[in-house]
Structures are given as C-alpha cells and as structure tokens.
Design a protein around this ligand. Structure first.
Ligand SMILES: Nc1ncnc2c1ncn2[C@@H]1O[C@H](COP(=O)(O)OP(=O)(O)OP(=O)(O)O)[C@@H](O)[C@H]1O
Ligand code: SF4
Ligand SMILES: [Mg+2]
Length: 343
C-alpha cells in the first residue's frame, strides 16, 4: 500500500485581490521507502502542496480532496490526531528552514523539543537521542550546546534535518532543502538526506526547481506547472525524455549534474509562468509552448497515459483514437505548422 496518497487536491488562497487557485486537482502517491521528486518553476504550487500535506497552510487557504497518510485522511483528522501525526507520521524540512531556528535557544534543546513532546522520553533519554541525531547528520555531539548563530548555513540545515528525523517519521517532506546553500554544501546535504532516508527506509517527497538534482536523488518525478502536475513517471525516463514540452524545457534548463558540456549550453524557456488568478484558457502552458497547436486553445489537458508507468498533460501524447475518446479534437484537424520544439 502507498504510504502517502493524494487525490484531487485543490488549494485556493483568499487574498485582497481575489481568489488564487494555487493548486488545481493534484494527485500522486509515495510508496514506503520510495522517493518522489516534485519540480517546477517558482509559484507553481510546490510549497502549497507540501504545507497542505500536514495542514500547515494559513487560514486564508481553502482545501479540498484527500490526503491519505497510511490510509488516514489528514484533511478530516481531529487536531489531537494531527498533532500526533506531525513529526512522527511525517515531518517537514521547510524552504529556508535554517533561518527559522530560534536564535536564543541552544540547538540541542530545539531538537529535543519534538522528542519530549511526542515520545515518552525522559530528559536524559532525549539528550542522548539528540547526541545520536547530531552524529547522524555529521555534527559532533557538543554542538548541542551551540546557538544557531555559531553554526554555518550548511550546519544549520543539518540541524533542521536532525529535527525532522527526531521522532523517526515514516515520511520526510523536504521543500528545497538546499536552495540557500552553496553548490558543494548542497551536494553534501543531498547525499546525507539520501543516505539517511535509504538506511531507515523512510519515504520522501523532495521539492526543487532543479530537475537534475531530483533526477539524481529520487525514484519518481512529478513536474508541476500552474498548480497542476503536468508530467509524472520514473525519474530517469522523465528527465532523459520528457513527454510534456514543459518537462522537456526544465530538463534542458537544468542539465544533468556532472555533465559539463550540457551545463555550458542550457536552453532556457522564454516567458514567465501565468498568474494563477488569471490563467489563460485551454492549456495553461500554451503561451510559452513552442509546439502548441490550434486545439490547445480548446482543451484543458489532464494527465493522460504517456508510456510505461508515465503520464503527461499534453494533447500530443494522445493518438487520434485516444483523443477522440477523451473528447479532444484530433491533431490533423487543427494543426498549425510546427515551430521548433523545446521538448
Ligand atoms: N499565503 C498565501 N496567500 C496568497 N497566495 C499565496 C500564498 N502562498 C502562496 N501563494 C500563491 O500561490 C502560488 C503558489 O505558491 P507556492 O509558494 O506554493 O509556489 P512554489 O512552487 O513553492 O514557488 P517557489 O519555487 O518560489 O517556492 C503563487 O502564485 C503564490 O503567489
Ligand atoms: S497541450 Fe498544446 S500547448 Fe499544452 S503543452 Fe501540449 S502542445 Fe503545448
Ligand atoms: Mg516553494
């Protein structure tokens, strides 16, 4: 059984300027001990999905759908149960989390807090566990007595990972865990997360705008665009041969780690993602899509099968027969001459 299963998740923020539909019908699953990578440009809804998983969104957000954690729906859980699930069922390493450590408390006390809150540990046991966790993330035990300002950025991020591991969660949600760090430290932290998750059989959802980082770390990839997953499948095949033009553009923009030739000439993607409050009609990627067809203005693509164990929300993955079945006009009927493809 999947440890995490998300079905038709919608999140809308209420703002002074009106409603912002940030997540529009997202579904995915993570098996026990497996790693899902979620990629996409800024504003596509990655953090909103991550925060929704543990109901950490502000009160201005309205949610619908299902978020099944070990079969239990997080969205209908009572607060007491939700508190128990946070840290133990799933924990989260926030985007820029290293800045959210409490500046005036020693890091050992901060790591011990969830342990004392959730486990029936004595203070002495919690202290011992803090020491073990620090060693686990490559920091000496005496660092428990340090204050956050006495640590480097990379060390602070290690502390955040130690906190996320403190209650031995079954799922870790890592939202851009390395974005604020320099490249060398990024690689170290990613290797560390990879090792810990592998050793302990923890499931993971890792979020990044960098598809190459995810392709190296994760089993499966989901690519988000304008609040939806537009491509999903095994990490290697999605990265090497995206079926959605946006997935293709992302792979090209973030070439494979250690491939200097491709890194010198990444092909960028022109334009910006749409404002979620004012999405274009038809396929929301259409204004930036180099291979758009006339019919793309008429359909709002959903994830269609796009090869073994893969799916993509693009009319071009459909055969004429499948298009007819899905009520999508056939390519031949409306096709315009193809521009150069970015996929
Ligand atoms: N609290 C909020 N109130 C209103 N709108 C919000 C709020 N948080 C996020 N949004 C909007 O929802 C959309 C998705 O934001 P989100 O932070 O989930 O994107 P993201 O993919 O994590 O981006 P990034 O890569 O920059 O972290 C954006 O348009 C953003 O402006
Ligand atoms: S549906 Fe059309 S516009 Fe959208 S990604 Fe596919 S080809 Fe491009
Ligand atoms: Mg984010």
């Amino acid at each position: 059984m999947n440890y995490l299963e998300v079905k038709d998740l919608h999140v809308t923020y209420r703002t002074a300027g009106g409603e912002v539909p940030a997540v529009r019908g997202v579904g995915f699953s993570v098996e026990p001990g497996r790693k899902l990578g979620v990629a996409g440009e800024s504003g596509c809804g990655k953090s909103t999905v991550a925060l929704a998983l543990l109901r950490l969104l502000p009160s201005s957000a309205t949610l619908s759908g299902e978020i099944l954690l070990d079969g239990e729906d997080v969205l209908t859980m009572r607060w007491g149960r939700l508190r128990a699930v946070r840290w133990v069922g799933a924990s989260i390493v926030f985007q820029g989390a290293m800045h959210s450590l409490n500046a005036v408390r020693r890091i050992g006390d901060q790591i011990a807090e969830p342990i004392l809150l959730h486990n029936t540990a004595t203070p002495a046991e919690a202290t011992r566990r803090v020491g073990e966790l620090l060693e686990h993330v490559g920091l000496p035990r005496w660092r428990a007595r340090s204050f956050p300002h006495e640590l480097s950025g990379g060390q602070r991020q290690r502390v955040m990972i130690a906190m996320a591991l403190a209650c031995e969660p079954r799922l870790i949600i890592a939202d851009e865990p390395t974005t604020a760090l320099d490249v060398m430290i990024q690689a170290q932290i990613l290797r560390l997360i990879d090792r810990l998750v592998g050793e302990q059989g923890i499931s993971m959802m890792m979020i990044s705008h960098d598809l190459s980082v995810l392709a190296d770390t994760c089993d499966r990839l989901a690519v988000m665009y304008a609040g939806r997953i537009v491509e999903e499948g095994p990490a290697g095949t999605v990265f090497a041969g995206a079926r959605h033009p946006y997935g293709g553009a992302l792979s090209a923009a973030f070439p494979r780690i250690g491939d200097p030739a491709s890194r010198r000439a990444p092909s960028g993607l022109a334009g910006d993602p749409p404002d979620p409050a004012a999405l274009p009609g038809g396929c929301s990627f259409r204004p930036r899509c180099a291979v758009a067809e006339d019919r793309c203005a008429e359909v709002d693509p959903v994830l269609w099968p796009a090869g073994p164990d893969r799916a993509a929300a693009c009319v071009r993955v459909l055969t004429d027969e499948q298009a007819a079945e899905a009520g999508v006009p056939g390519a031949a009927a409306t096709a315009t001459p193809e521009k150069e493809t970015s996929a």
